[in-house]
Design a protein around this ligand. Structure first.
Ligand SMILES: O=C(O)CCC(=O)C(=O)O
Ligand SMILES: [Fe+2]
Length: 186
């Protein structure tokens, strides 16, 4: 399913990647099982702090409790201020998150979802994300066709293992990890 989704998302940008390339871009797969116990003072705790997932696409199953928030970036063009919106649990629905690797490959046309989780004082929560990410040896950077169309690459080529080392080598601060691959990050 993830391979098909990725093929469609990249295809919509006018780039066709063959099956083995798509496979390489989601070749690392990891399942987490998150348990968030109840917390008497949810406002004083962080369930999961703000971050984006480092991989390509994340498929997330959450129970019915809620508490997952995604940041909508400020957009002056449409007069929107930065806002955190809750992703309500819908029975039988999966949440699909764009990760940093897809942001890099798409030259920023898809942006990774910055998200966080808050706990509640009444009910514990369980979520199961399935992360897909490039193979550790895979080189990722802005896809050349998109860099050309956009008048330049926003991201340099990095070996995914290096991106991962950097991601886990520092504490998460929103989407700061992306700076590692950004050209002209300041
Ligand atoms: O629990 C959730 O809904 C999200 C967890 C998460 O963001 C993560 O494990 O990366
Ligand atoms: Fe996450």
């Amino acid at each position: 399913m993830v391979k098909m989704l990725l093929g469609i998302l990249i295809g919509n940008l006018g780039v066709t990647l063959d099956d083995s390339k798509l496979e390489s871009l989601i070749g690392t797969k990891l399942v987490n099982m998150n348990f968030y116990p109840t917390c008497p003072n949810p406002e004083l705790t962080i369930g999961v702090g703000r971050h984006s997932d480092m991989g390509t696409l994340t498929v997330l199953l959450q129970d019915g409790i809620g508490g997952l928030y995604v940041k909508l970036e400020e957009d002056a063009l449409v007069g929107r201020k930065e806002e955190w919106i809750e992703i309500p649990p819908i029975p039988g629905a999966l949440v699909i998150n764009v990760g940093d690797s897809l942001q890099i490959l798409s030259n920023g046309r898809y942006t990774s979802a910055e998200h966080r989780v808050s706990t509640t004082s009444k009910q514990s929560r369980v979520s199961i994300p399935v992360f897909t990410a490039p193979r550790p040896t895979e080189k990722i950077g802005s896809l050349p066709h998109l860099a050309e169309l956009d008048g330049g690459a926003l991201y340099r080529d990095v070996i995914f293992q290096e991106y991962m080392n950097n991601f886990f080598g520092q504490s998460h601060e929103g989407k700061k990890s992306l700076d590692f691959a950004k050209i002209n990050a300041n």
